[in-house]
Ligand binder design. Structure first.
Ligand SMILES: NC(=O)c1ccc[n+]([C@@H]2O[C@H](COP(=O)([O-])OP(=O)(O)OC[C@H]3O[C@@H](n4cnc5c(N)ncnc54)[C@H](OP(=O)(O)O)[C@@H]3O)[C@@H](O)[C@H]2O)c1
Length: 393
């Protein structure tokens, strides 16, 4: 039985999205894109963009079709992001599709770059290619946009997209007042902690402050086991380079540890950290003991970092929120209290509940602990700055 044309469009666009999803972690600093070339019910070629392989998704699919001996003349290209129309590391994909005489192009979403948005589609249209753009409110279009939140934000604002994540007790605390021994105190269950690993996997960098390093001794690594083209860059804000040389985070074998510090840090501390393989960058302060966060994000942008996951303590959370440098928030609420003498979510600032009120595109998910207990965590996520705000209607 043959599918209706609109069902076919959904099916092949969903497949293109699946290909894009599998390339997460391997496309940044470029967008994550998948493409399927099909005629009728038959797939002729497909692929996703991997930054190191250079070719954009459309070219990967065209090459696969050619290698299988398929002509794509008169075929439909299903692409999760508008084909590009400009010369970058590769030639324009719109030109390549036109040269191969495809007759139709179905896209999930337009290019987020306001300077080039619509130009790929315009080029295709002028060449006589029929264009179909997904309904922006459809689940496919929303997911295609969300896959590229970081690319969309950074191309428009020239700084990385910042996600602030915190595990919070029901009374708004992120840690107990006292702990029996140094090291992490797990507030959430194993399933929520696994979910956090996925947040790390989709990020180019993770950032925290020296307070968390001293209190929790975290490793700050991506432990999903999924492939990524460059290690997760672990960034520590440490004005005086107080991070102990035997801290877990200081174990840097792959050039993945960066300290932002200030002129106050001693050159001896700098030399010792460098000897251990860390990178050190001195930045200005916005106030005593506070590394200027805009400078930190700008320095990360210059390193081709498109997304930063902030897993900070109470002072880092407060500073990022106060500077209006948080774009997306992910909170994992536990079912128990830590008590009013606990460490607050953001010292002197918001309760997590006030913050939640300000989020757009709010999503709520229940995450059972998956350890046999009857407890569950609630994941709340949403945007303070939605990079696709202009695209959703
Ligand atoms: N539940 C969770 O999700 C979670 C996550 C992380 C941490 N925590 C908890 O949070 C607590 C630690 O909180 P914390 O506030 O001490 O640690 P923090 O927020 O990670 O680090 C704060 C320190 O970072 C340095 N810093 C440099 N520039 C800064 C800036 N612009 N803004 C803010 N800080 C800057 C300052 O120390 P210098 O002046 O020395 O540079 C400051 O004292 C621990 O109890 C930990 O368990 C909970």
């Amino acid at each position: 039985m043959s599918l209706l044309p609109q069902d076919q469009d959904q099916r092949f666009l969903a497949r293109a999205l699946e290909l894009a999803r599998a390339a997460v972690g391997r496309a940044s600093p470029n967008p994550t894109v998948g493409c399927v070339l099909a005629r009728g019910n038959t797939v002729l070629g497909e692929g996703a963009h991997l930054y190191d392989a250079r070719d954009h998704a459309e070219i990967v699919a065209l090459k696969q079709a050619a290698s299988l001996g398929h002509s794509v003349r008169g075929a439909t290209a299903y692409v999760t992001l508008e084909p590009c129309a400009h010369h970058g590391r590769t030639g324009p994909c719109a030109d390549a599709l036109i040269a191969e005489k495809i007759s139709r192009c179905v896209i999930a979403t337009a290019d987020p770059n306001p300077m080039v948005r619509g130009q790929g589609l315009a080029k295709l249209r002028v060449a006589g290619v029929e264009i179909e753009v997904s309904d922006p409110a459809s689940a496919l279009a929303i997911e295609a946009r969300r896959l590229n939140d970081a690319f969309a934000y950074s191309i428009q604002h020239h700084r990385p997209f910042v996600t602030l994540k915190a595990a919070v007790s029901i009374d708004g605390m992120i840690a107990p007042a006292h702990r029996s021994r140094p090291g992490p105190v797990w507030i959430t269950g194993p399933a929520a902690r696994k979910d956090v690993q996925n947040l790390r996997h989709v990020s180019d960098a993770i950032l925290t402050g020296i307070g968390t390093v001293l209190a929790d001794n975290p490793a700050l690594t991506d432990r999903t086991g999924l492939p990524r083209r460059r290690p997760l860059l672990r960034v520590i804000l440490d004005s005086n380079l107080r991070t102990p040389l035997d801290a877990q985070v200081a174990d840097s074998i792959s050039n993945d540890l960066l300290f932002f510090t200030t002129e106050h840090a001693s050159s001896q501390a700098e030399s010792l950290q460098r000897l251990q393989g860390a990178q050190i960058q001195r930045l200005p302060e916005s106030a005593p003991g506070q590394i200027d966060l805009a400078s930190a994000l700008s320095a990360l942008h210059q390193r081709d970092i498109r997304s930063v996951l902030v897993e900070g303590g109470t002072f880092i959370n407060a500073s990022f929120l106060q500077s209006d440098l948080v774009d997306r928030v992910v909170l994992y609420f536990t079912e128990f209290e830590l008590g009013l003498d606990g460490v607050p979510f953001a010292r002197g600032l918001h309760s997590p509940y006030e913050l939640q009120e300000r989020l757009t595109s709010l999503q709520r998910k229940e995450i059972p602990h998956s350890d046999g207990s009857r407890l569950e965590d609630i994941r709340i996520s949403g945007y303070l700055h939605d990079p696709w705000a202009d695209f959703s209607s």
